[in-house]
Design a protein around this ligand. Structure first.
Ligand code: NAD
Length: 489
């Protein structure tokens, strides 16, 4: 059991001595105590990260850093099964999903090891200039100390999305996991300790948003803030960053549309719609929570969708065969239940909306479908972040595109049609950072991830994820033997 902060390569107790309990969402029972970091601890962690950056990490080669990233991936791989089980206890998700998350997190460290190596090859590339008297070379240098604040829906995977590219770039990290799911981030610190990662390169500070996240986002020693979470918190992070012009990237919420045309295959559509909204209990920023169905296919599709939704097995994540676990916390459960109550006034409830009869404890909720909400309904417009789908019918392609784009969010969208030209037209017209065609949700470490509008700023993953932690520098040299001749003629 890890119940200390990981700062400067050491396990330390929080300065003010505060702790909190992390709970198992399947039972509501405590799992273990976790330190509640405050401003003092954040300050120590940022200083440690700065020293580690100056001591050599920031000047090391990509190839050296790649070796560390690979060692971290190997170390995580050694405890893969334990990590997956711990993720289920802390977050509630079904075990096969947690196993997938951990494998993806390990893959993410390996991928950024490759990119760290490639970075060496890109250093000092010459840039052609239109004036032969000058020579210009381009350098990619690490941003410095990164403050990274993450949510609870994919605890270790979100940590990997932040830490792997930062370390690959040569930045050092202060990672603050969500107070609801801090356990696997502490295990990541444990893995860093076991491989002997230089002290201060990765610091993990657990604690609450206001007491730990706030001071991290305001700390003058942080060069870069990388945040994933809700829009209101994203706005606070942005204001904090404005005070001393910190570099920021934000991955925020969504209310993504899934458009199904008449020519789609019903079975395939039902499968991807279910995966798009009920996977991870719908607690997915890119969940396709707004379903737009063309009129011709709508009766058959909706009937089948409701039938299959009722078949989803609900239970504790460690139980065999379970496909829907509990929501992450009492707070999230109450929030989603509140939105469902509101939804009952705004639309027709087709299925779900209540606690399953066989699960009197824990934060369990039946997968829920509403139909025909008004365009202005809150369940149609606001992010629910739970297993709740809203369905609307449309007639024409133009109407579908207009409805899909009528949102303050722009994270993702999905289109299902046998007509690939039409799907491509839609994909180009959708105002979203991610568009899935004939599927929903598959995510690859190589491809850019992030949103338009209020869904965020910047992109994670792929080479864009590495760029988040790099500064670009031009070194321009005057090589001519001729004098410049402006003042001195
Ligand atoms: P949240 O904004 O409540 O919390 C996210 C993190 O911010 C937590 O670590 C929290 O402790 C911290 N935090 C809270 N207040 C803070 C403050 N004032 N200053 C600094 N840090 C603070 O979000 P959540 O409930 O953990 O996550 C759910 C949200 O995250 C959803 O809106 C979801 O869409 C979004 N999300 C987005 C993506 C993406 O890639 N776009 C991925 C996962 C989740």
């Amino acid at each position: 059991m890890r119940d200390q902060l990981y700062i400067n390569g050491q396990w330390v107790s929080p300065d003010l001595g505060g702790y909190f309990e992390t709970l198992d969402p399947a039972t509501g029972e405590p799992i273990q105590r976790v330190p509640a970091a405050t401003e003092e601890d954040i300050d120590h962690a940022v200083h440690a990260a700065r020293q580690a950056f100056n001591r050599g990490w920031g000047q090391s080669s990509g190839a050296e850093r790649a070796t560390w990233l690979e060692a971290l991936a190997d170390e995580l791989e050694r405890s893969q099964d334990g990590l997956a089980a711990l993720e289920v206890r802390d977050n509630g998700k079904p075990l096969p999903e947690a196993q997938w998350d951990i494998a993806d997190a390990i893959g993410c460290f390996r991928y950024y090891a490759e990119l760290a190596r490639e970075l060496d090859g890109r250093q000092d590339e010459a840039l052609a200039l239109p004036d032969a008297r000058f020579h210009c070379r381009i350098r990619h240098e690490p941003v410095g100390v990164a403050g990274q604040i993450i949510p609870w829906n994919y605890p270790l995977l979100m940590a990997a999305w932040k830490v792997a590219p930062a370390l690959a770039a040569g930045a050092t990290c202060v990672l603050k996991p969500s107070e609801l799911t801090p356990l696997t981030a502490l295990e990541l610190a444990g893995a860093a300790e076991r491989i002997g990662l230089p002290a201060g390169v990765l610091n993990v500070v657990t604690g609450f948003g206001g007491e730990a996240g706030g001071p991290l986002s305001q700390h003058p020693g942080v060069d870069k803030l990388a945040f994933t979470g809700s829009v209101p918190t994203g706005a606070k992070i942005m204001s904090a960053a404005a005070a001393d012009i910190k570099n920021i990237s934000l991955e925020l919420g969504g209310k993504s549309a899934f458009i199904v045309f008449d020519d789609a295959d019903v079975d395939a559509a039902v499968e991807w719609i279910l995966f798009g909204i009920f996977w991870n209990q719908g607690q997915v920023c890119s969940a396709t929570s707004r379903l737009l169905v063309q009129e011709g296919i709508a009766p058959r599709l909706i009937e089948r969708l409701v039938e299959e939704t009722r078949r989803i097995s609900i239970g504790p994540g460690l139980e065999r065969g379970v496909l829907l676990g509990p929501l992450v916390s009492a707070g999230q459960y109450q929030k989603v239940m509140g939105m469902i109550e509101q939804g009952r006034q705004e639309a027709r409830l087709l299925t779900g909306g209540k606690r399953p009869a066989h699960l009197p404890q824990g934060y369990f909720l039946e997968p829920t479908i509403f139909s025909e909400p008004a365009d202005s309904a809150s369940i149609w417009r606001d992010e629910i972040f739970g297993p709740v789908l809203c369905v609307k019918r449309f007639k024409s392609e133009a109407e579908a595109l207009k409805l899909a784009n009528d949102s303050r969010f722009g994270l993702a969208a999905a289109v299902m049609s046998a007509d690939l030209e039409r799907a491509a037209r839609l994909a180009n017209g959708l105002r979203a950072g991610i568009v899935w065609v004939n599927c929903s949700q598959p995510t690859f470490t190589q491809a850019p991830w992030g949103g338009m509008k209020q869904s965020g700023i910047g992109r994670e993953l792929g080479r864009w994820g590495l760029d988040n932690y790099l500064e670009v520098k031009q070194v321009t040299e005057y090589r001519s033997r001729e004098p410049w001749g402006w003042y001195l003629k």
